[in-house]
Write a protein that binds this ligand. Structure first.
Ligand SMILES: [Cu+2]
Length: 400
């Protein structure tokens, strides 16, 4: 059975309070009955006036609440927009239904059958220009074992296939919109006028722009069409890794991890879920994932040999949660915090990767074993943001 998340009805606004009672008159000992009759009449009129004011204020407060809820639920967006369930916000419902942890009976088999997203950093193209063609599609994807979601995504899924370029390369970007509503793409690695480059692309149309990847690091890209919360929550994001011109210390393995949350309108089985915008606004996800699928690297761990240096390029796509990157059983030997590649910190236990930000982290693990990589904000682990690094091809599993 779904559990219920109770929320205050007022969303932090003060409750309506009735007006204070009228001040008491000091009684005179020589009052007579005529005086009392006049006073009673005046008091009666005052009650009628105050009652009318109270009723009017009550209606005004009600209207204000409704207006605020309408604004919060999408700024006048059509409730029939495909891929979105606006009902929670639009009706002012104070209860959200969590589908966290719900899974079909065949979830274990689905997890085993799932082909994990290849986390290995792909090679950067040779030459001075990197051509990137992104295609936007509406597609049903799996975000957890047996859990289906009607996503708005870059072709290839959510996250999009990783992009790897070298510092100084010119990125020639083409975006084609094969979805049914306008979309766009905002590259955090670019220094470019967003009103020109990141503008909406109509269904069936394409846009082209280019930028020189002068800033090294791990960057997010995402659809920037309003409401951005909905477009990111629906799966429109990815990572672009810009490798520094000055070589980094040698790493034997390079893995890319993108963190993101999912807010479901239904359990996601047997029918695919869509976005619950009210949950996204309240930051109450049903699932949190590495590379778009809960726990995929627990069932299918990333690998390394003892003594190898493993580099994680981490991007947090949000839309709203930060990631507190931590590897259980070891310490990050090098941490390029905020993906500032000019210097690193040494021997860091947990490194923050903000929503919309990145970080680059090296570990060198000598002892064979299973090392979970998590966001140490453990609510996220509970919702699926956990994977394993299997050092030395050991048997068994490990959970957090
Ligand atoms: Cu979009």
């Amino acid at each position: 059975m779904p559990s219920t998340l109770q929320q205050p009805r007022t969303n932090g606004r003060p409750e309506y309070s009735p007006p204070p009672p009228p001040p008491r008159r000091t009684q005179r000992k020589d009052d007579n009955s005529g005086y009392w009759a006049a006073f009673s009449l005046l008091l009666g009129m005052l009650v009628v006036v105050l009652g009318t004011v109270a009723v009017w204020m009550g209606f005004s407060a009600h209207d204000a609440r409704n207006d605020a809820q309408k604004a919060a639920s999408g700024g006048g967006m059509s409730s029939s927009m495909p891929g979105m369930d606006m009902s929670g916000g639009a009706t002012g419902s104070s209860e959200l239904t969590s589908y966290a942890g719900q899974a079909p009976a065949n979830a274990e088999a689905a997890a085993a059958r799932h082909v994990p997203m290849n986390a290995a950093l792909p090679p950067a193209p040779a030459g001075p220009v990197a051509r990137v063609h992104l295609v936007l599609v509406d597609k049903t994807i799996e975000i957890a074992p047996g859990i289906k979601y009607s996503a708005w995504a870059f072709s290839g899924g959510a996250p999009a296939p990783f992009i790897h370029v070298r510092q100084g390369q010119k990125v020639e970007l083409t975006l084609t919109n094969k979805g049914v509503i306008p979309h766009s793409v905002d590259f955090h690695a670019a220094r470019i006028a967003p009103n020109v480059a990141f503008k909406d692309v109509q269904p069936g149309a394409s846009i082209h722009y280019s930028f020189v990847a002068n800033d090294p690091g791990a960057f997010m890209f995402h659809c920037g069409t309003k409401p951005v919360l909905a477009h990111i929550a629906n799966g429109m994001y990815g990572a672009i890794i810009v490798e520094p011109r000055t070589p980094l210390p040698h790493a034997d393995k390079n893995y890319v991890l993108v963190a993101s949350e999912w807010y479901l309108s239904s359990p996601g089985f047997p029918k695919p879920a869509t976005l619950d915008m009210a949950k996204a606004q309240r930051q109450e996800p049903d699932w949190v994932t590495w590379n778009g699928y809960a726990g995929q690297y627990v069932t299918h761990p990333l690998t390394a040999d003892p003594g190898q240096t493993v580099r994680f390029w981490v991007v947090d796509a949000g839309p709203s949660f930060d990631t507190d990157f931590h590897i259980v059983g070891t310490i990050l030997n090098r941490a390029w915090l905020n993906a500032d590649m000019t210097h690193y910190q040494s021997n860091v236990q947990t490194a923050m990767v903000p929503a919309g930000g990145g970080g680059v982290f090296d570990v060198k693990i000598d002892q064979p074993g299973l090392y979970p990589f998590v966001s140490h904000s453990f609510a996220a682990v509970d919702l699926g943001q956990v994977g394993l690094l299997n050092v030395g091809n050991v048997k068994g599993t490990m959970s957090h």
